[in-house]
Design a protein around this ligand. Structure first.
Ligand SMILES: *[C@@H]1O[C@H](CO)[C@@H](O)[C@H](O)[C@H]1NC(C)=O
Length: 147
């Protein structure tokens, strides 16, 4: 009996992680619009949507997360921000000489929280495959059940 309970618990274990990038070419976005990374490298739970650009934390997948973004805007300057729900967490900036910027942050996320990358200021464009967006769960948060 305990063996089968253990098996069920192990079978139920899911882990949140994804990495997505842009395809080659230039993605132009207006001010405050979400970047839509369209190339899926890893997204087993489908928590990241390439249609909306939003990573939505799944049921039972709340916890402490690492979120990383790298950007390159190519021949134009651009600012991007990492957003949690409506809240701005951090900024990235690249100028017009094919330079790159990156941020890696640690955040606590609950089921249903939404994280995305947004083009800031007056809008701009991102250049090609040098733009990536990744997140993974470092550890779950277990809330004690009241006795
Ligand atoms: C961006 O590059 C241009 C051209 O080289 C330069 O004039 C400008 O000062 C740079 N901007 C920043 C914020 O470094």
């Amino acid at each position: 009996m305990y063996t089968s309970i253990l098996f069920v618990l192990m079978w139920h274990t899911i882990y949140a992680a994804f990495t997505v990038t842009l395809s080659s070419g230039t993605q132009t976005r207006s001010a405050d619009s979400k970047v839509r990374y369209d190339q899926i490298i890893y997204n087993p739970q489908n928590e990241y949507s390439p249609i909306t650009g939003i990573f939505t934390v799944g049921n039972e997948l709340g916890g402490v997360y690492s979120v990383s973004v790298s950007m390159m805007s190519g021949r134009v300057p651009a600012h991007t921000t990492i957003m949690k729900n409506g809240e701005l967490l951090v900024w990235l900036f690249t100028n017009n000489s094919y330079d790159m910027a990156s941020q890696s942050i640690t955040v606590e996320l609950s089921a249903g929280d939404k994280v995305w990358v947004q083009i800031a200021n007056s809008g701009s464009s991102l250049f090609s495959v040098y733009n990536t967006f990744s997140a993974f769960q470092i550890m779950p948060i277990r809330v004690p059940v009241p006795a």
